[in-house]
Design a protein around this ligand. Structure first.
Ligand code: PLP
Length: 436
């Protein structure tokens, strides 16, 4: 190990507290010093393939030149300005582009900083939308096993993921809907219809303000898929009962499920849409909550008490917006659509067979640029030593791969080489033979 690397690790251990990390258990850290495309390089110039797009943000690959250029230019022109009582070209242009992409051209874009805050804003919008009209609806329904972020409101909605068992007392009134999973070879229409009927019963008392879900794929909850049929049924029922539909597309947005938004698989538009992660091409924290025009209209009035009382210091940051404009140009490029289709085909061909090859694995599934498979129950526990050893095994072989719970998954930058997917699948196979 070079001296810079060892001193960086020592200084890190002295000064830094990492996310989702038990510092009482020693574990290896990747000392990233440079990144390009789907590769991260450490301080010794060892190369690692980023198979999870650095927590799903780097959709175009690291340091994409178009995004880098846009950010650099903007930083030298207008770095930041408060967003209450001021506006600027990058934020206005980005709002126009996003509304067009989402088919919400009569709607509005509210800026915030990360996925969790985009969800907080969505919830506030939904609750106040009803109360501004004199209708007291306080209950939110979330899909069981879903995850919507780490702030308290978002945690409450994601409580059933069990990430937040240490914080049992939170303020939102949330109920959870069990949704049937689908995977290759399983798609149960009767189970979907039952869940839709259960949902309709839960909202029939007129007290539910909104339903929130990660459309088609629940990410942190273990890359669990559900069917478009289930989602459509839930959306239709919500509309029948005046319940607002909030789609959390923080992970699924920008072609991750094969279309620009996962909700593009639906026949109906949603009321509120949360976006972040790939929005800025994975380079700067930025999030948006898109609301249909009728939601915005319910906040208009002569007094401030009808307004949405929410904002952050960096709301609408021009540099992040400029990066996002460059990122959206790439997302809308037909070449990106072709690249994503090719990635889906490679994942289907190389990843799905792992389920047949290894008896220790089950429920292989692929949608768009997401491939996932579960380790059979009882073979591994969340955060266990086997799980940590597997992660280090991948790192030793130059792969950044972090299974969630007992789910091994790939969610690489779109332009990853086919050869890298083939290599990753071989190494996953080796890890199964070694540890399970
Ligand atoms: C679906 C979904 N919603 C919300 C969030 C929270 O986003 P952030 O970590 O940027 O706060 C995440 C993060 O993984 C997510 O996957």
């Amino acid at each position: 190990m070079n001296t810079h690397k060892s001193s960086l690790l020592a200084r890190d251990a002295k000064a830094v507290w990492h996310p989702f990390t038990q510092h009482g258990i020693p574990s290896r850290l990747l000392t990233a010093s440079r990144a390009e495309g789907c590769y991260i390089y450490d301080a010794d110039s060892n190369r690692y393939t980023d198979l999870i797009s650095s927590w799903w943000v780097s959709i175009h690959g690291h340091s994409h030149p178009a995004v880098v250029e846009a950010i650099s230019k903007q930083a030298a022109t207008l770095d930041h300005v408060l967003f209450a009582g001021a506006t600027h070209e990058p934020a206005v242009q980005l709002a126009e582009v996003l509304l067009e992409m989402a088919g919400m051209t009569a709607g509005k874009v509210f800026y915030s900083d990360d996925g969790s805050t985009a969800v907080e804003v969505a919830i506030k919008m939904a609750l106040q939308f009803h109360s501004n009209q004199g209708d007291i609806r306080e209950r939110i329904i979330a899909f069981s096993g879903g995850y919507h972020g780490d702030t308290f409101g978002a945690m409450t909605l994601g409580r059933s993921s069990h990430f937040f068992d240490k914080f049992p007392s939170t303020a939102l009134d949330v109920q959870f809907l069990d949704v049937p999973e689908v995977w290759e070879g399983l798609d149960d229409e009767d189970a979907d219809n039952l869940a839709i009927a259960q949902f309709e019963e839960m909202i029939s008392d007129g007290k539910c303000a909104a339903v929130i879900f990660e459309p088609l794929v629940q990410g942190a909850g273990g890359m669990k898929f559900h069917s478009g049929r289930l989602l459509q049924g839930v959306v239709d029922a919500a509309k029948r009962h005046g319940v607002l539909v909030i789609a959390d597309e923080i992970m699924t947005g920008f072609r991750r499920t094969g279309k620009i938004f996962a909700t593009d698989w639906l026949e109906t538009s949603v009321d509120i849409l949360c976006l972040s992660k790939g929005l800025s091409g994975g380079m700067l924290p930025l999030a948006v909550t898109l609301a249909q025009g009728y939601i915005y209209d319910a906040f208009l009035g002569e007094t401030f008490d009808r307004a949405l009382a929410h904002g952050h210091s960096y709301t609408g940051n021009p540099i992040a917006c400029a990066g996002a404009l460059a990122s959206m140009k790439l997302v809308n490029d037909p070449q990106t659509a072709a690249t994503c289709d090719a990635l889906t085909a490679t994942l289907r061909r190389e990843f799905l067979p792992l389920g047949e090859r290894f008896g220790q694995l089950e429920h292989a599934r692929v949608i768009g640029g997401i491939a996932a498979i579960d380790i059979k129950p009882g073979l591994i526990e969340y955060g266990s030593s086997v799980s940590r050893s597997m992660q280090e095994f991948y790192l030793d072989r130059g792969l950044v791969l972090r299974p969630v719970g007992r789910t091994i998954y790939l969610m690489p930058p779109y332009a990853i080489d086919e050869a890298e997917i083939i290599r990753a699948c071989e190494i996953i196979g080796e890890s199964v033979r070694t540890f399970l």
